[in-house]
Design a protein around this ligand. Structure first.
Ligand code: FES
Length: 573
């Protein structure tokens, strides 16, 4: 339904000819805006996560200016506003602890202000889900614009990828194959331009999800941050949101069940991050679309990875864009995508990508000759994970996908740091490393520590992967045979809490099984002895642990699930 003849929401503020209207208009006019901007044209909120403490989004003030150009050109009135920005590499204890808090900031900033449509400026990992989730709770016409990836890292003549290169080189240092001086020298070479991590880590995965869900214009995922075409996209995004308001193209019309199913399949085809599982489950919860962990397994099964990008492969996001970017991938898998979705430009992603070219088959493989087969996120269940755990097969070692080994248990992340380098640690490459108390409540915030570094005594043998199991998450730039998001988590007494050194654990990815070879009677005995860890009693930490849901539900706060719309409880001062 068109909004053309409807009075816009912002007129509830700016359109009043009374004392309230005076206050709403007059204070905004202190910034020099002429009278006609308040005449009933669409007011577009530009939700900005710029922050120098979120370096991946450090160029967003410039990007916002291009959005404003587009909004003015289309006859709208742009008003930019800041929201809490989450810098993945700076925030302690983990940016994920604040995803839901930032989403509340976004939701209330949109709902409480005279806004008809929203542009979401997103980049660094958590800034994308927090903005999508908050905006979904308001359900206004909304369009996403990602900040774009950094240029490829270059170190001593070779490409080095964000995160992936760090994990790789730090293991080389620990294994005595690289000096600390060389490692430090690579710092300014890895990250040499504006933008987000240029591997297919969580930021690039989530930017791809924004495009695959239909929440942005085509090509949003991969245009490098410093490429002038990113600014052009920003300007076109500004133009488009004005029309979306006129068409009343709200988020819930884009974020349908079919759109989520498309995004899950695209995630498999790009070898995307396991973090997308949690963020999309949470987003679906906000917009009222039923989506479960089992959907991820079902829809990802038989999906191949077509994209040869780190951490699963070799290349980086700059190469991906020059090869054709996400539209080229969508075109390749269009046969398994729903064609009846609507994206931000009013067409389906399948229609948008129908003629998308591919310029480099090394980077984006054809559907018939995939880069890696069976690459969808696998969901494991068993007595160790009754509600599920996930693994990313495309980043794992094929020989370890079926493996039974002796558990080497770390009670929490401090215990892990204290003992992993100990030459006396009783461990070899056949063991299974188990890390407890790093889930949503346990850490708290579910940190990205699931890809535990291997013990030096194993690395020194030239071994680079072992089976690792935890209730934590893993950086999207990481790799390895790493079982994550084990649910229920150890801190609430999930079976993970009961694992002891020497227990045998069976991982069977093809059979989707994660089994602890300990009898039910013995587990019951251990449960009686289990003592719950202490929980924080103050501030946000307290509110968070009291209300956060488990990983298999998306780790949203229980009272934020379900869209509540854009109506304001009280309309005047
Ligand atoms: Fe910001 Fe990777 S740290 S995108």
């Amino acid at each position: 339904m068109s909004n053309a003849n409807k009075t816009l929401r912002s007129q509830g503020w700016f359109g009043k000819q009374d004392r309230d209207g005076f206050m709403h208009r007059s204070w905004v006019k202190n910034q020099g805006y002429p009278d006609d901007l308040f005449d009933g044209r669409p007011v577009i909120g530009i939700c900005n996560t710029w922050s120098e403490l979120t370096p991946c989004n450090g160029h967003f003030r410039e990007l916002a200016e291009f959005v404003k150009r587009g909004v003015y050109e289309a006859g709208g009135f742009p008003l930019e506003f800041p929201v809490m920005s989450l810098g993945e590499t700076q925030l302690r204890p983990t940016a994920m602890l604040f995803r839901n808090l930032a989403s509340m900031d976004v939701e209330e900033s949109i709902r409480g202000n005279p806004i008809d449509g929203v542009v979401l400026l997103m980049g660094c990992d958590k800034t994308t889900p927090s903005l999508l989730m908050g905006a979904a709770s308001c359900n206004l016409p909304t369009i996403g614009l990602s900040g774009g990836p950094m240029l490829n890292g270059k170190f001593r003549g070779k490409d080095v990828g964000s995160g992936t290169g760090v994990w790789m080189m730090s293991e080389m240092v620990r294994g005595g194959k690289m000096s600390m001086e060389e490692f430090v020298a690579s710092e300014s070479c890895m990250h040499r331009s504006k933008g987000s991590c240029m591997t297919m880590g969580t930021a690039s995965t989530m930017a791809s999800m924004v495009e695959a869900l239909g929440m942005s214009l085509p090509e949003n995922a991969a245009i490098p941050a410093v490429d002038s075409r990113r600014n052009r996209l920003a300007q076109l995004t500004g133009r488009r949101i004005v029309d979306m308001v006129k068409e009343d193209l709200t988020m819930s019309k884009i974020l349908t069940r079919e759109a989520f199913e498309n995004a899950i399949r695209v995630n498999a085809a790009i070898g995307g991050s396991t973090n997308a599982v949690i963020h999309l489950l949470a987003l679906a919860g906000r917009i009222g679309v039923p989506l479960t962990l089992d959907d991820w397994d079902r829809l990802g099964r038989e999906m191949d990875c077509l994209v040869n990008l780190q951490p699963s492969g070799q290349y980086l996001m700059e190469d991906f864009y020059y090869a054709g970017g996400l539209p080229a991938v969508i075109r390749e898998i269009s046969g398994v995508l729903h064609a009846n979705t609507v994206s931000a430009n009013g067409k389906s992603i399948v229609e948008n990508s129908a003629n998308a070219p591919c310029y480099n088959r090394e980077v984006i493989r054809p559907h018939a000759e995939p880069f890696k087969p069976d690459a969808g996120i696998a969901v494991l269940k068993g007595n160790l994970a009754p509600d599920g755990a996930v693994i990313k097969p495309s980043a794992a070692t094929p020989a370890l996908m079926t493996h039974t080994g002796r558990a080497v248990v770390f009670e929490d992340i401090d215990d892990y740091h204290a003992r992993i380098d100990d030459p006396e640690l009783d461990v070899d490459e056949h063991c299974v490393l188990v890390l407890k108390n790093c889930g949503p409540r346990g850490y708290p915030g579910m940190a990205e520590v699931g890809n535990m570094q291997l013990p030096p005594k194993v690395l020194q043998k030239g071994i680079t992967d072992m089976v690792r199991i935890s209730d934590a998450r893993m950086s999207g730039t990481a790799y390895g045979t790493v079982v994550l998001h084990t649910s229920p988590e150890a801190a609430i007494g999930g079976p993970l809490a009961l694992v002891r050194n020497g227990d045998m654990i069976e991982l069977d990815v093809p059979g989707r099984r994660l089994h602890l070879h300990v009898s039910d009677a013995e587990l019951a005995r251990r449960r009686e002895q289990w003592v719950a860890p202490e929980q924080p009693s103050r501030g946000w930490y307290h509110l968070y642990v009291k209300h956060v849901q488990q990983a298999h539900l998306g780790a949203d706060l229980d009272f934020l699930v379900g869209s509540s719309g854009a109506a304001v409880p009280r309309e005047s001062h």
